[in-house]
Structures are given as structure tokens and as C-alpha cells.
Design a protein around this ligand. Structure first.
Ligand SMILES: NC(=O)c1ccc[n+]([C@@H]2O[C@H](COP(=O)([O-])OP(=O)(O)OC[C@H]3O[C@@H](n4cnc5c(N)ncnc54)[C@H](OP(=O)(O)O)[C@@H]3O)[C@@H](O)[C@H]2O)c1
Length: 235
């Protein structure tokens, strides 16, 4: 892959931060977002990427994000919609406001940001490589489970939206890639202290994303699930 300009939402920790580091190591320009200055500053300092405090559930912040990419990099070749939030509750006890807030980030925020980026990507398709959009879904979006009404529904939506965008954007040479990780040992959902060498780490998903992007631009990997081979193994 030639040098590209990446925008990665939620790049201040976890999978997003691992991808920021990998993309920078491969020589790409990167702008990433997050909501907390301390973690943004840490990733920016370690990688040389440009970190921006921006909440992807807020339209004005998404406008600022696209403007910042223009200022810092002159555009966006690769958009990675990674930022997401978590809420779980059983039906009968669901807080609809909490579910709406989750959808504001996981679904509407992703759509709003992409809606702002795609016109620039389409305008650029005079060159052979139109652009790439990577949406981070989840295996929770392939199979419903207990307490998953809000989160699983949002990730099913991410997968369905990705298919719509593929239908619309392939004729513009823009690839849309949906990645469905199984459990990854990040701070996701406030969890800490997981370090099982048989389970997935953030770097595994970052490497998967780079592998999909590194395919020749004529080849599209529309959706990909990533599982740990043997997460039941005891060391
Ligand atoms: N970990 C897993 O087991 C797993 C499995 C399947 C799919 N996924 C998906 O993988 C993606 C990354 O998850 P992760 O495990 O890396 O989680 P994480 O460690 O909690 O990181 C999430 C990142 O997103 C940012 N973020 C959250 N809400 C945001 C918002 N509204 N605007 C901007 N940034 C926001 C967070 O920073 P701030 O808090 O500072 O905003 C953080 O940088 C998510 O889409 C998640 O659904 C995770």
C-alpha cells in the first residue's frame, strides 16, 4: 500500500490505538479521535499521529474532525469507524435513553462522519484508488445473545449499513470493509487485567485491518470475522 491518510475514530486506546501505531509504523499519516485528552496525548506522543478530542456522536465534532484531516493531511484515504460504546440490559429492564445514546455513537455517529467523508472520497476517484472505509462491527452483530438488545442490534446495523455502502460505493472504487472481532482483551466495557495469551489482543485486529487494506485495490474483503483459535486452552 502506498502512503495513505488515515482517520481512525476511537484511536486513544484498545484496537484503535493499536491500529494508529501500526499505520504510523508503516509510514502512513494518521489523525485519530477520542474523548479524553490524557489517553489522546499518550498515543499521539508515542506514535507521532495527530490526536483530536472529538465525540463521534456529536455532529459539530464530526465536522471539526473532517476539517482537521483537511488541515493536517489534505484529505482522507482510509476512514476507520472504530469508536463505539457498550450498554447491556435484559429486555423488561432496558433503559431506552441509554440504548439511544449507544446508537448515537455506534450507528448514527458512524453514519454522520462517513456521510461527511464520502463526497471527498468520491471526488478523488479520478485516481485509480478511490478510498477505503473500515467499519468495526462485532461477532455480537452476527448472533444475538442474552443482554445484547442494544449493543448487538447496533453491530447488526453496522454490518447491514456496510453492505448498503458496498452496493453504493464499489462503482466509485471505494472499498467498504466490515470487521467482526470476537472477544478482544482491551478495556472494552470497563474490563481490566485480562492477559491470556490464547485470547485475542488489540494488535490481532489491527493486523487484520492492515491485511485487508494491503490487498490490491481491485480486491475487496467485504466482511471478516476474527476469533481466537483456542481461547479455552489453559497455559
Ligand atoms: N474488545 C472487544 O471484545 C470487542 C469485540 C468486538 C468488537 N469490538 C469493537 O471494537 C471497537 C473498539 O473497541 P475496543 O475494544 O478497542 O474498546 P476500547 O478499548 O474501550 O476503546 C474504545 C475507543 O473508542 C473511543 N470512543 C468511545 N466512544 C467514543 C465517541 N463517542 N467518540 C470518540 N471516541 C470514542 C474511546 O476513547 P474515549 O473513551 O476517550 O472516547 C477509545 O479510544 C468498538 O467498535 C467495539 O465495539 C470490541
Amino acid at each position: 500500500m502506498d502512503q495513505k491518510r488515515f482517520l481512525i475514530t476511537g484511536g486513544s486506546q484498545g484496537i484503535g490505538a493499536a491500529l494508529v501505531a501500526l499505520a504510523r509504523k508503516a509510514g502512513h499519516a494518521v489523525v485519530f479521535t477520542g474523548r479524553h485528552d490524557d489517553t489522546i496525548g499518550q498515543v499521539a506522543g508515542e506514535t507521532g499521529a495527530f490526536g483530536l478530542q472529538a465525540d463521534s456522536s456529536i455532529g459539530d465534532d464530526n465536522e471539526k474532525t473532517v476539517e482537521t484531516c483537511q488541515e493536517q493531511m489534505g484529505g482522507i484515504d482510509v476512514l476507520v469507524n472504530n469508536a463505539a460504546s457498550w450498554y447491556s440490559a435484559a429486555i423488561g429492564e432496558l433503559d431506552l435513553d441509554a440504548m439511544r445514546r449507544l446508537f448515537d455513537t455506534n450507528v448514527f455517529g458512524m453514519v454522520d462522519l462517513t456521510n461527511r467523508v464520502v463526497p471527498f472520497m468520491k471526488a478523488k476517484t479520478k485516481v485509480p484508488e478511490g478510498g477505503d472505509i473500515v467499519n468495526i462491527a462485532s461477532t455480537s452483530g452476527t448472533k444475538g445473545g442474552k443482554l445484547g438488545t442494544a449493543y448487538a442490534a447496533s453491530k447488526w446495523a453496522v454490518r447491514g449499513i456496510s453492505q448498503c455502502w458496498q452496493a453504493e460505493l464499489r462503482p466509485h472504487s471505494i472499498r467498504v470493509i466490515s470487521i467482526c472481532p470476537s472477544e478482544v482483551q482491551t478495556r472494552w466495557g470497563g474490563r481490566v487485567g485480562r492477559n491470556n495469551p490464547n485470547k485475542l489482543y488489540a494488535i490481532d485486529i489491527a493486523e487484520t485491518i492492515m491485511a485487508a487494506l494491503n490487498m490490491h485495490p481491485r480486491a475487496l474483503w467485504p466482511e471478516l470475522s476474527v476469533f481466537a483459535t483456542n481461547p479455552w486452552k489453559e497455559d
